[in-house]
Design a protein around this ligand. Structure first.
Ligand code: ZN
Length: 258
């Protein structure tokens, strides 16, 4: 990680979900309705740096859009081959194959058809190094008027930040509305943290059945849920999952993201 992410470190267990839940500010974030977030008739495009981000940040949104029969497209940037460094059970090629399968199974749980995904297979962990190519590929896949969702450009994970920045560039080129979602922010930030633009954040309420679909979709990502054969813990341990399975999803309009 470079100096740029120094104050947004993803180490240890991060801020416990109980701390977020006791912060009154969380319940005071403004609400946004689905029709306002993605007006009917508009295509929603989700940009996922790694297989599982489409579920963690946008699973409820995608389930609601699928139920509304809205056009949805997921752009998978990497195949997630770098999540198990040094693993004998999961060398990068095998891991990538497994994670592509997990992602497709997860999208099925959300009600999306299999052809609703484009896969760029860019290098996991090194998106920042190919940001021009990434922005170019995204611009080719987007259409004017799409409502585009990506990870937040200050999320703390270098790939999430590169994805947010490249998506912002592509959206201003093609002219699309762009929303950015925090993922690892919930880990490194604290309630009321001055580094987070809380006043610009909008939250989408998820009905119980959308949360259930999101949980079922995340459960397909078995490689991320099990402890690793190297002795490393699961990529998504229980304390991280607790922050990812709330009854809301959170979005910031790009442009107010810094
Ligand atoms: Zn990710």
């Amino acid at each position: 990680m470079g100096a740029v992410v120094f104050d947004r470190q993803i180490t240890g267990e991060g801020t416990p979900e109980a701390e977020w839940q006791t912060w009154p500010g969380l319940g005071q974030l403004s609400r946004i309705a689905l029709d306002e977030l993605v007006p009917p008739g508009r295509r929603a495009v989700v940009v996922a740096p790694h297989p599982d981000d489409e579920v963690i940040a946008f699973g409820g949104l995608l389930a609601l859009l699928a139920a509304r029969r809205s056009a949805c497209h997921v752009i998978a940037l990497t195949d997630g081959e770098a999540s198990h460094p040094g693993s004998r059970n999961w060398p990068p090629g095998l891991l990538a194959k497994a994670r592509i399968g997990e992602s497709l199974a997860g999208l099925r749980q959300l009600g999306l058809p299999p052809h609703s995904q484009s896969r760029l297979s860019l290098p996991d962990g090194r998106l920042a190094a190919c940001d021009d190519r990434l922005a170019q590929r995204l611009a080719e896949l987007l259409r004017p008027g799409d409502v585009v969702f990506s990870t937040w450009q200050l999320d703390g994970h270098p790939d999430h930040e590169a994805a947010g920045q490249a998506t912002a560039r592509a959206c201003s080129q093609v002219v699309c509305r762009h929303w950015q979602a925090p993922v690892w922010m919930w880990h490194w930030a604290r309630p009321g943290d001055a580094r987070v633009p809380w006043s610009h954040m909008a939250r989408l309420a998820l009905p119980d059945n959308a949360v259930r679909q999101k949980i079922a979709a995340l459960a397909t990502h078995q490689t991320q849920l099990a402890p690793q054969d190297t002795g490393a813990p699961a990529v998504l341990p229980g304390f991280a999952l607790a922050r990812m399975l709330r009854g809301f999803e959170y979005f910031m309009p790009a442009g107010n993201a810094s």
